[in-house]
Design a binder for this molecule. Structure first.
Ligand code: GAL
Length: 643
């Protein structure tokens, strides 16, 4: 990065009396913030009645913020279509899997496939871009807000049904081809025309997995098309401005690589404590990291979203500043965590961290969600930490080029396959990726999470945790890859139409044939030396060598040349055993890190972060000038070492 990371904040001028705006802007700048994101939920104030725009307040808000020295990221307000629009077009409402409408009164109540809403989305985007597209204070746009939040990608509406049939006709052309590809002869599911096909909900038992996968692809394409329509308008009317979207954590319902390829900066919204509580972490981790978040949550997403845009540009568009309101439990972060999260984003190459939100709102849905300020306008604890981070960033200055050591391959359709057909409770390609990622991070490695079509030259290690559908580009890239390769279970196990390939998996990925798979209930396992194969086991016929072999003789991983195949689920103990061997063989420098310590290299710097609730000492093999912190790091503390 040639320019140091910027700090910003999410601000809602429409929530506060105009008399507060100037002072808010002044205090933002005094804190060290230079970006402010506004507007993304303000449709009812921008266009209070159909066709009657009220720009004056927004003109004045933008002028105040810009006048104080802030650059504005302006959101298109399409996540919150106003009541009058919903009433004029009631069938724009999304429909849930049980066929029930998802009504007005919160947000994200629209269906991506509704042609009328697409017209409205383009209309309001055009109106905003015409008004502010060349404003010197508006330097970037955010499209919509968190596509898919509140489970809104899959809508089972009439509009979705029409769109799906058209999408299928375009993809398969001939209904006989679709019947063949899906295997519809099974249970007499054959269709005579595309117009006979329904959405895959409300069936008696599971619908055909090929039907589910096609519907997910269609829905993902609808999100990408919805976004692209806004992007096209913004590019035409607001030249030279960056386009962001704010993606979410542990969210896979649409293909973020596809949406990412249309925008400039992949933003994401980082709520480590909320994510720890809301997702499938162990009770022990939930307790140990309750006030810090699991040490790999934020970094995993930093490294994932960096791989989502062509230029590798990414940002944290919303950063947790204190307790949130939406997880089962919402503790306050340890003192220091807001600064730590900010500096970790910097270490991973973010161009911006923007806190959500400036001031806690005393009304409506998020009353318990912290801001940098309290509702009474006094400083909340996050404010001083943001100010400290601003000083740290200025002191460190621009970072050098990011490291290139381990590539981890993740595809969104991998998670769709394991969701549609888990075969064993809780088995998920996303979590296989997370557990492999975490194992690599615990060795102190730097990781890029890449789509399966990305170039992998120059990496020492390539890990493919679980990739059922393998694109030809990956096979081609692997064929001349000289680093070490680790391939996880279920890889190469499905065709693009959700069938078992004729030659049996893993196909060209690895010499061998998986002849049988079984999932293992808790307690069934095949134990080896310091690890146990659990949850999933593949029986393979192969000329390769067995590497990890359980005490009972079960081969759990295979080895052939520079490739390894893991025939069991990459649980944390197996992932760390196997990946440690592969990473060492790849020549990567591995560290033994104390519990909760994580590292990230950037140019001449090593950043170290203490996620543990205890003070920790950095190992002696990490050495140089400590420009921030010291070898002993307090809980929630950081150290920055120049080597
Ligand atoms: C995000 C959303 C914000 C706010 C925040 C609360 O999902 O984009 O608008 O609701 O969560 O944590």
């Amino acid at each position: 990065m040639l320019t140091p990371m910027r700090l910003g904040v999410c601000y809602y001028p429409e929530h506060w009396p105009e008399s507060m705006w100037a002072d808010d802007a002044r205090r933002m700048v005094a804190t060290g913030l230079s970006r402010v994101r506004i507007g993304e939920f303000a449709w009812s104030r921008i266009e209070p009645e159909p066709g009657r725009f009220d720009w004056d307040w927004l003109d004045r808000a933008i002028a105040k913020l810009h006048g104080a020295g802030l650059s504005i990221i302006l959101g298109t307000p399409t996540a919150t279509p106003p009541k009058w629009l919903v009433d004029a077009m009631p069938d724009m409402i999304a429909t849930d899997i049980d066929g029930k409408p998802r009504g007005f009164g919160s947000r994200r109540h629209y269906c991506f496939s509704h042609p009328g809403y697409r017209v409205e989305s383009a209309r309001i985007t055009r109106a905003m871009a015409q008004r502010y597209g060349n404003h010197p204070g508006v330097t970037a746009w955010q499209t919509d807000n968190e596509y898919g939040c509140h489970d809104t990608v899959l809508s089972y509406s009439a509009a979705a049904l029409t769109g799906f049939r058209e999408w299928l006709a375009a993809r398969y052309d001939d209904i006989a081809a679709l019947n063949r590809a899906w295997g519809n002869v099974f249970w007499s599911m054959e269709y005579r025309s595309f117009d006979e096909i329904d959405l895959p909900n409300l069936t008696v038992t599971v619908a055909n997995p090929a039907h589910h996968l096609a519907f997910r692809r269609f829905a993902s394409d609808a999100v990408a098309a919805f976004n692209r329509a806004q992007v096209d308008i913004l590019r035409a009317l607001s030249p030279g401005r960056d386009i962001f979207h704010n993606f979410m954590g542990f969210f896979t319902e649409f293909d973020h690589h596809a949406v990412g390829s249309d925008i400039d900066v992949a933003g994401w919204d980082s709520y480590p404590l909320g994510f720890l509580e809301s997702f499938g972490f162990s009770e022990a981790d939930k307790l140990a990291y309750a006030r810090q978040g699991h040490p790999d949550i934020a970094a995993f997403h930093h490294d994932l979203y960096r791989g989502c845009t062509a230029g590798g540009r990414w940002a944290v568009l919303e950063q947790q500043p204190g307790p949130v309101n939406w997880a089962p439990y919402n503790p306050a972060p340890l003192p220091g965590m807001v600064r730590l999260w900010t500096m970790e984003a910097m270490a991973h190459g973010a161009e911006l961290v923007s806190y959500f939100r400036w001031r806690q709102a005393p009304f409506a849905q998020e009353q318990h969600h912290a801001g940098l300020l309290r509702p009474d306008d006094e400083a909340a604890p996050g404010l001083a930490e943001a100010a400290q981070a601003a000083k740290d960033i200025a002191m460190i200055g621009p970072l050098g080029p990011p490291p290139k050591s381990a590539a981890l391959i993740f595809a969104y359709d991998a998670e769709w396959v394991t969701k549609i057909q888990p075969q064993g409770a809780g088995l998920s390609a996303l979590w296989a990726a997370f557990d492999c990622y975490s194992a690599l991070r615990q060795m102190g490695l730097d990781i890029d999470i890449l789509p399966p079509t990305a170039a992998i030259d120059g990496y020492a290690l390539c890990v493919i945790p679980c990739l059922p559908i393998v694109p030809d580009a990956l096979l081609e890239n692997l064929s001349h890859f000289t680093g070490q390769v680790v391939i996880g279970p279920r890889s190469g196990s499905r065709t693009g139409d959700f069938a078992i390939p004729g030659e049996l998996p893993p196909g060209a990925l690895f010499p061998g044939k998986v002849t049988r798979v079984e999932s293992l209930r808790p307690g069934l396992q095949h134990a080896g030396d310091g690890w146990a194969a659990a949850h999933w086991l593949e029986h393979m016929e192969s000329s390769a060598d067995g590497e990890l072999v359980a005490g009972d003789g079960t081969v759990v991983s295979w080895r052939s040349g520079n490739r390894r195949y893991l025939a069991a689920w990459p649980t944390p103990d197996i992932a760390s055993t196997l990946l440690h061997t592969a990473a060492a063989e790849a020549g990567l420098l591995l560290h033994r890190l104390p519990e909760g310590i994580r590292l990230r290299r950037a140019g001449p710097y090593i950043f170290a972060f203490n996620y543990s609730a205890r003070p920790q000492i950095l190992p002696g093999d990490i050495d140089g000038d400590f420009i921030i912190g010291a070898r002993a790091i307090e809980p929630a503390g950081i150290a920055v070492i120049k080597i």
